[in-house]
Write a protein that binds this ligand. Structure first.
Ligand code: FES
Length: 283
């Protein structure tokens, strides 16, 4: 069975859970933005959840290997994984808050599997401490199989469905300037959406410096159209999940996006705004 068919079947399996997922997602999205920025990894400049998953996965892999050679150090590795799973789950829940349709359902299955694996690992740890080492090894072995499959689902979410992938990663440099709009179109503080070589760009005039600014208009978070966003001074607010970007530098001013928007160099010739992508702003 191909990955895509398996993912579709899992998504269908999770569909009856939509009615429970809706209020949970609402509660997640009501968490104050500064907390969510921490969980998103805005401070890190990369999504936090994938980085944290290495802790429980690595520790539980070590526990499995230590169990195979009969080392009691497996218990400590198991405990490290359990402790690491808590912040990992919180960041995952935060990411899931932005998902919809198939991605949300696969994310739901991913979370349920991980929760079951965590519960089994806790039960395994307790069994080991009570002297039931054999039972503990069976419980953590089953948990490991669930975690491995769930990690595969997480990979599908990222690489198959593009969750938390930088949506502007493939913009390429262009040496020459190209005219994209009349200068007067941006004079009333308008955000003007234009296209350059098939890439959406938003052009504006800075309220602070008066310079003409241009950044990629496809939100790096999940592709929201920034040209339709709200302007707040020299910041644009994405209409989909509220990420905030500096209209001139493209820097992230608020999550959930963690990657900046590519920036364009601008000049005005004969009343026309001309732009080209800034070389320092492409991947
Ligand atoms: S698409 Fe999510 S904040 Fe822009």
């Amino acid at each position: 069975m191909t990955n895509l068919r398996l993912a579709k079947q899992l998504s269908d399996l999770a569909e009856p859970l939509d009615e429970y997922a809706d209020p949970v997602q609402e509660a997640v999205n009501a968490v104050p933005q500064p907390v969510r920025d921490v969980l998103d990894g805005v401070w890190l400049g990369n999504p936090l959840h994938p980085a944290l998953t290495d802790i429980p996965l690595g520790a539980w892999t070590a526990a499995l290997a230590l169990d195979l050679v009969g080392s009691p150090a497996a218990d400590e590795a198991l405990a490290v994984g359990i402790l690491g799973a808590v912040p990992t789950a919180l960041t995952g829940l935060n990411d899931w808050g932005h998902l919809k349709d198939d991605a949300r359902r696969i994310g739901t299955m991913h979370a349920l599997l991980n929760s079951m694996a965590l519960a089994l690992n806790v039960a395994s740890y307790v069994a080991r401490r009570d002297g039931h080492r054999g039972l503990g090894r069976v419980l953590s072995g089953v948990a490991y199989a669930g975690t491995a499959f769930s990690a595969h689902l997480g990979g599908h979410l990222s690489f198959g469905l593009g969750v938390r992938v930088n949506r502007t990663a493939f913009e390429s440099p262009r040496d020459r300037y190209a005219p994209v709009c009349d200068e007067k179109e941006i004079d009333d503080g308008e955000l003007v959406g234009v296209e350059l070589d098939g890439e959406a760009v938003v052009v504006s005039r800075s309220e602070k410096s008066g310079e003409v600014c241009a950044i990629a208009a496809t939100c790096s978070h999940m592709g929201g159209p920034l040209a339709d966003g709200k302007r707040d001074g020299d910041v644009v607010v994405c209409p989909w999940h509220g990420s905030r970007f500096d209209l001139c530098s493209g820097e992230v001013r608020g999550g959930p996006a963690v990657y900046p928007q590519p920036r364009y160099e601008t000049r005005v010739r004969a009343g026309k705004v001309e732009i080209r992508i800034a070389k320092d702003s492409t991947a």
